[in-house]
Design a protein around this ligand. Structure first.
Ligand code: ADP
Ligand code: MG
Length: 700
């Protein structure tokens, strides 16, 4: 190999990749488009897949429908025309026989292949009068190349971008790995961990990820890298959590435990065991000097609001203010009413702050906040605006966290940290976070779970119905209405097709109120109504003056009317699984049996699976897991906001047990050597800092 000493000597982790032999400025640019800038980066440009070229299948052994990789020589090249189709065809020969490879309408191929070239082809075998490979992947071998890199082994196939060729990149990677890995890659995992799992060295792992010596070693290398990703991620989370706690002090309360009892006495029901447990966890946190960072998760209807109300009360009783942040105005208004009435006997001053209030009202509320003339403010994004300040903010509660980004969450706490002390934070979510994600996403939060519904709740009976049965469903609903029950008819509304969606809901409202439901009062509510109109409709619905509520997805979160037992969801295929579960959670909130009918005609298998899952399960956790499986973690919470880093090899679901192990290990390392001061952890410290930097950067 002719590596110039100049390049060889100069290479270190931070060297720009253009100085690697075989890369140069042009290809470096192409690689930078993929996000790889330095030599250190490039070691982590992993193959997207591998091809086993250690043994090629002899042509006389190939069979229809099999996926094969073979090596042969181009015996002939044809270009044929059938009507307007142009067919490019290679006749490939090896010692055992002949096979065809064909491509449609790809004329440029004639510039690529020459008779006599040796090629590796990989693809599915089909039969059209004869055996052939249609549009196979190909790679032309050249006699000048070191064939040990491109054949005769398990060969890496890299992701490419414009200006990059598989063979050039592979050759360059080979130089990198063969010549520089030993010198540049340093182990950073503590010896105890290496030994515990009998891990492959990082050097060898990197070498085998790129140029596997065998399937077995490849799999060991993958295990090692997957562990790396998960371990570093968990370690970074711990570290951040610790720094957060060290650097900030909370207002400390000693909530009076008797408060729980006297609060409960005024309720028309008793707390469930789950609610009690969670309340104790929250009260414990509030009495500590370090700020609470707690996620409260519980299925729809599990009774999170009363728990939050009690927390707010405890803080106010101790002489502080509190904020409740919610994603929609309807929900803010409902919480406002609920909480005001729950706390009415305690002399708590509660205000609502939303975007649609008059300027004068907002100005006044803000003034009251600043001067501590209000105790609890319940609001939407309006709470997050500049200039909104509390005098003595002790607790922030965020409802339906998944509607807010990580950044917004940080903003509210930061604004108030200008008071030197940090408020406690309680985040509530009714989209239960599957355990997998809980650990990773919220590794910096403690988790409380309400895993029990109040007594007497019955699971909502859910049916997936075709349009042809529409009339039967309507008659069923009418029967329920005659027994004084109430119903929701829900229409999807998404931003992209907002106008048409709204139109559809309005039209349905017209025809339903004149048609099947003509003997009942029908109301319409959607996000475009102004807040007083919405308020009026919702109030009438709670009071039972409106029997049927035609609604767009605005009712998804939080709306609580225990007398509503019937729900019909139109175009259910257009909703996500979790969204459907949330919607369904609007019924089944009282003791009567409830029904949910899903009208939908999903085109994909995935869509059908979603609806089927709902008819089978009422368990929010199961549904969330399923949703995660179907959509993957990025989509599940909205990629940008989720705070989940992109792992290269690790998969949160498949590698869950590794994640749990890595988490324990990270905790242990941190316990034994807090701050990683020990010399033998110096390498790890460097790596973690580097990772943290990368992690924090990509979060903003
Ligand atoms: P979510 O967890 O979805 O926010 P809510 O707090 O809105 O649930 O509670 C749903 C309904 O259940 C409310 O009407 C609430 O008053 C009622 N509820 C809450 N806790 C209990 C309980 N322990 N027993 C009976 N009903 C309860
Ligand atoms: Mg709620």
């Amino acid at each position: 190999m002719t590596t110039t000493t100049h390049n060889y000597k100069a290479l270190h982790q931070d060297t720009s990749i253009q100085f690697i032999k075989g890369i140069g400025p042009k290809r470096a640019q192409a690689l930078s488009r993929l996000g790889y800038e330095t030599v250190g980066d490039l070691f982590y440009l992993f193959p997207r897949k591998y091809q086993d070229r250690s043994r090629f299948l002899p042509i006389d052994k190939i069979k229809v429908n099999e996926h094969v990789t073979l090596l042969g020589e181009i015996a002939r090249i044809h270009i044929r025309r059938i009507k307007r189709l142009q067919i490019f065809e290679l006749v490939i020969r090896d010692n055992t026989g002949v096979v065809y490879a064909t491509w449609f309408n790809q004329v440029y191929l004639k510039k690529i292949f020459r008779e006599g070239d040796k090629v590796v082809l990989s693809g599915k075998v089909e039969f059209y009068k004869r055996l052939q490979l249609s549009s196979p992947e190909y790679e032309i071998l050249s006699s000048e190349d070191n064939e040990k890199i491109h054949t005769g082994r398990i060969v890496p196939i890299y992701p490419l971008s414009e200006g990059l060729w598989q063979r050039t990149l592979r050759s360059a990677m080979n130089v990198m790995v063969e010549t520089h890995a030993d010198e540049l890659i340093e182990e950073f995992l503590p010896y105890s961990i290496m030994k515990k799992y009998e891990f492959m060295d990082l050097k060898d792992a990197i070498k085998n990820i790129h140029f596997p010596e065998s399937e077995e070693l490849l799999s060991k290398a993958r295990q090692r890298i997957i562990y790396n990703e998960l371990f570093l991620f968990q370690f970074a989370l711990f570290k951040r959590k610790k720094e957060d706690k060290l650097s900030k002090q909370a207002f400390q309360f000693k909530p009076n435990p008797k408060l729980i009892h006297s609060f409960e006495e005024k309720l028309p029901f008793e707390f469930t065991q789950s609610q009690k447990k969670v309340i104790n966890e929250i009260f414990d946190d509030l009495s500590k000097e370090i700020p609470m960072r707690r996620l409260l998760q519980g299925d729809v209807g599990s009774g999170k609001t009363v728990v939050a109300a009690l927390g707010l009360l405890a803080v106010v009783k101790a002489g502080f203010q509190a904020a409740l942040l919610v994603p929609t105005e309807i929900l803010a208004e409902q919480h406002y009413k609920n909480i005001s009435s729950l706390l009415s006997d305690w002399g708590v001053r509660t205000r609502l702050l939303t975007g649609s209030h008059d300027k004068a009202v907002k100005t006044n509320t803000r003034y009251e906040m600043k001067t501590h003339n209000v105790d609890i403010v319940i609001g939407t994004h309006a709470l997050l605006q500049e200039g909104v300040k509390f005098s003595k903010l002790g607790l922030v509660v965020i409802d339906e966290q998944h509607k807010f980004g990580v950044r917004q969450r940080a903003h509210l706490i930061k604004e108030s940290e200008k008071n030197l002390k940090s408020p406690h934070l309680l985040i509530m979510t009714a989209t239960p976070i599957p355990r997998t994600l809980g650990l990773t996403l919220y590794g910096d939060l403690e988790i409380s779970t309400i895993d029990e519904l109040p007594k007497g709740r019955q699971p909502v009976k859910t049916y997936w119905i075709t349009k042809t049965k529409e009339q039967d469903v309507f008659s069923f609903i009418v029967k329920g209405l005659e027994k004084n029950q109430q119903a929701y008819i829900v229409f999807p509304l998404i931003e992209e097709s907002e106008k048409q969606d709204l139109q559809a809901a309005k039209k349905a409202f017209e025809s339903l109120s004149k048609g099947v439901f003509k003997d009942f009062k029908v109301g319409l509510v959607h996000g475009k109504l102004d807040s007083s109109e919405k308020d009026k409709v919702m109030k009438e619905f709670y009071q039972g003056k409106i029997h049927v509520l035609v609604a767009t997805s605005v009712i998804e979160v939080g709306i609580d009317n225990p007398n509503a037992t019937l729900m019909l969801i139109q175009h259910a295929e257009r909703f996500g699984l979790s969204a459907l579960h949330q919607l369904r959670g609007r019924v089944g909130r009282g003791s009567q049996a409830s029904y949910c009918f899903l009208f939908g005609n999903p085109k994909t298998d995935e869509g059908k699976r979603r609806l089927r899952v709902l008819t089978k399960s009422n368990d929010g956790f199961k549904i969330a897991e399923e949703d995660l499986l179907i959509r993957g973690p990025g989509d599940f919470l909205g990629t940008r906001q989720s705070g989940v880093p992109q792992f290269v090899l690790a998969n949160l679901i498949q590698d869950y047990s590794t994640l749990v192990e890595a988490r324990k290990d990270a905790q242990e390392v941190e316990r034994l050597d807090p701050g990683l001061e020990r010399e033998d952890n110096a390498g790890l410290k460097l790596k973690v800092d580097e990772y943290l930097k990368y992690y924090e950067e990509r979060k903003v």
